[in-house]
Design a protein around this ligand. Structure first.
Ligand SMILES: [Zn+2]
Length: 349
């Protein structure tokens, strides 16, 4: 009973963001979709965006079928009622990599959102437009776009989902940069939960996470930078991300659709082993490398439900990061405001 109460309260805070008033009596484990009578379409193992557009007026099983984008990224197609979104942090702002969100409607239709463009049959597109799965809450401002305004304005954008339970995760240390790396990643997770510190202030965020030790499971981010199928656990680790170029890290968030809300079920993070990493605890010892803790702090922002904001906002959630950006270990005003509101136990008035 106590648990249900907490879930209900946490939902109310998101319902404000997602503009819905529906309840959440059925949580993660008890929710099920009706039996679907999907047609077995003759799809090849790998299909393209244009093929998805052509599948109209029927639903397909999409069994063992992946979506392959023209940039080389492949995505396992989620089960009906589930979605997966992919977010990429790059070395330079000019290297923008489109964000990808695959949404499988409860009826089995597939929609693909690439940045702000939606692909799929008309019913799938309508479904995505209606629910506005990716909430955009970025504040407009004319503030001078420099990093010095990291604490001036609360810029944040939501992915459209959140955890209603603790985010439990493991680390696969294979190919990791070694000494201190796991400590840096765990520190990054702490940055977003419980006592949070930003801009000289202290507050509390009610997002929760639990590190559950080492894992032998492969990270669910593919070599090309896409997302593997929804698995049984959330894994953070290392590996080559060959495409898109200049990628530091990528996060895949799996969620299930509940009314207008995405309830997160798995989040995997991969750090690119093609980059050289600084894993020191000190913020002053980095030279010419990428700061693992700073990049991990950004990726955990996605894990907890934040999307990218404009590069000029100076927030941790901006889409690119320079070498030795140890300042990215610390939340900006928008980062902190975003996570606090998303997990606020007090319903907004
Ligand atoms: Zn990102």
């Amino acid at each position: 009973m106590q648990k249900l109460k907490i879930l209900k309260i946490s939902f109310i805070s998101v319902s404000f963001l997602a503009l819905t008033t529906a309840g959440v009596a059925n949580a993660q484990n008890s929710y099920s979709y009706p039996n679907l009578n999907l047609k077995s379409c003759s799809l090849s193992k790998s299909i393209s965006l244009s093929e998805i557009n052509k599948i109209t007026g029927e639903t397909c099983k999409y069994d063992k079928t992946s979506l392959k984008l023209s940039d080389g990224r492949t995505f396992a197609i989620p089960d009906p009622g589930f979605g997966v979104s992919s977010h990429t942090l790059v070395t330079k702002d000019s290297k923008h990599v489109p964000e990808v969100n695959l949404i499988r409607t409860p009826k089995g239709d597939l929609a693909v959102k690439i940045d702000d463009n939606i692909f799929g049959n008309s019913s799938a597109k309508e479904f995505v437009s209606d629910i506005e799965i990716r909430q955009k809450q970025q504040y407009k401002s004319t503030a001078k776009p420099t990093a010095s305004n990291k604490c001036a304005k609360p810029y944040y954008v939501y992915l459209g989902g959140k955890w209603i339970d603790t985010y439990r995760w493991k680390i696969n240390e294979t190919w990791g940069p070694g000494r201190g790396a796991t400590d840096r990643i765990r520190a990054a997770a702490d940055t977003w939960t419980a006592n949070i510190y930003y801009c000289g202030k202290h507050s509390v965020a009610y997002a929760t996470e639990q590190y559950q030790g080492k894992s032998g499971t492969a990270v669910g981010v593919t070599r090309e930078g896409g997302c593997a199928a929804h698995g049984s656990e959330s894994t953070i680790g290392y590996g080559v991300i060959s495409y898109p170029p200049d990628v530091l890290g990528a996060t895949c968030v799996h969620y299930f659709l509940h009314e207008l809300l995405g309830i997160m079920a798995e989040a995997d993070v991969k750090f690119n082993t093609l980059d050289s990493w600084y894993t020191g605890a000190s913020e002053s010892g980095c030279s010419g490398k990428w700061d693992l803790q700073g990049v991990a702090t950004h990726e955990f922002g996605h894990v907890f439900g934040l999307d990218h904001v404009g590069q000029s906002t100076g927030q941790v959630m901006r889409p690119s990061s320079p070498p030795c950006d140890t300042g990215n270990r610390h939340l900006g005003l928008g980062d902190a405001t975003g996570v606090k509101l998303l997990y606020s136990p007090i319903p907004p008035v």
